[in-house]
Unconditional design. Structure first.
Length: 257
C-alpha cells in the first residue's frame, strides 16, 4: 500500500470545504442530542423509570445519553464515507482530479476515511459539551470517548468506504442503511439493555460494531473501567485492520483501470 503523510492533503481539502458550511454541519450534532433526550429521556423516561446496568441503577435518560454519542460516531463516519465520498468520486470527479497529482489512490482513500473519523470527533465534542451540562458524563474517564470517536470513526468509515466501492448508483446506499445501520441503531443496546432481547438476538448483537461502541461510551460515561472493555476495543481495532485495507483494495479495483 503506497501511503505516506501526503494523505493529509486530502484531509485538508475536505476540511477547507467544511469550513464554508460548518454552521450548517455543526447544528445537527449540537441539537440532535437535545431532541433525543427530550423525546426519549424525558418523555419515555417517565414511563420506563430507572435502568439496572452493570450493578448500577441509573435513570433512563442517563442510560441513553452515552448511546447517542456512539450513534453519532457511527452516523458521521459512515455517511461521510458513503454518500459524501460517492459524490466526490462519481459526480464531482474529485478523486480523478487528485489522482492527476503525485498522490496515490491509497492516500486519497486514507484521507477520506480519516476525514470521516474527524467529523465523528467534531460531532462527539459537540455532544459531550451538551450532555455534560446535564451531568451525564463523569470526568476524567469521559475524556476517553474522544480517542474512541477516532477509533470508531475509522472503523465505520472503512466499512462505509467498502460499500462506496461496490454500489453502482447512489440510491443503492438505501440497502446497507436498511440492512446494516438500522438494525444496529435499534438492537445494539442503545435504547434498552441487550439482555432484554431473546437469546438468539443477543448472540447476533455481539457481532454489531455499534454494540461494542455503545458499551465503551456508556462505560466511560459512567466512570466504569475494567478489563472486559479490552475485548470491545480489540473488536473495533480488528474491524479497522480488516476493512481499512479491504476498502483500499476495492477502491483501487474500481477506479484504476
Amino acid at each position: 500500500m503506497r501511503i505516506s503523510i501526503r494523505f493529509v492533503r486530502v484531509w485538508e481539502r475536505n476540511f477547507t470545504v467544511y469550513r464554508k458550511t460548518w454552521k450548517i454541519s455543526f447544528l445537527p450534532p449540537l441539537l440532535e442530542p437535545l431532541f433525543y433526550m427530550l423525546a426519549f429521556g424525558v418523555g419515555l423516561g417517565v414511563l420506563v423509570g430507572n435502568i439496572h446496568y452493570n450493578s448500577l441503577e441509573v435513570s433512563y435518560i442517563n442510560f441513553i445519553a452515552p448511546a447517542l454519542i456512539a450513534i453519532t460516531i457511527m452516523y458521521n463516519a459512515f455517511f461521510e464515507n458513503t454518500f459524501a465520498s460517492f459524490v466526490r468520486m462519481y459526480y464531482q470527479k474529485t478523486f480523478d482530479a487528485i489522482m492527476a497529482t503525485p498522490l496515490t489512490l491509497e492516500e486519497i482513500i486514507t484521507g477520506e476515511i480519516v476525514w470521516g473519523a474527524t467529523k465523528s470527533i467534531i460531532a462527539t465534542l459537540a455532544m459531550l459539551g451538551v450532555i455534560s451540562l446535564f451531568g451525564y458524563i463523569q470526568y476524567p474517564q469521559g475524556l476517553l470517548i474522544i480517542p474512541l470517536a477516532l477509533l470508531g470513526g475509522i472503523a465505520f468509515g472503512s466499512i462505509g468506504m467498502v460499500f462506496t466501492s461496490i454500489v453502482p448508483t447512489i440510491e443503492i446506499f438505501n440497502l446497507p442503511i436498511f440492512l446494516f445501520i438500522t438494525p444496529m441503531f435499534l438492537f445494539s443496546g442503545t435504547f434498552f439493555p441487550i439482555e432484554n432481547l431473546p437469546l438468539w438476538a443477543q448472540r447476533v448483537s455481539v457481532f454489531f460494531p455499534l454494540t461494542h461502541l455503545v458499551k465503551l461510551t456508556r462505560s466511560f460515561s459512567f466512570g466504569i473501567m475494567n478489563t472486559e472493555l479490552l475485548w470491545n476495543i480489540l473488536y473495533l481495532l480488528l474491524l479497522c485492520l480488516i476493512f481499512f485495507p479491504f476498502a483500499l483494495f476495492l477502491m483501487h479495483r474500481r477506479l484504476v483501470k
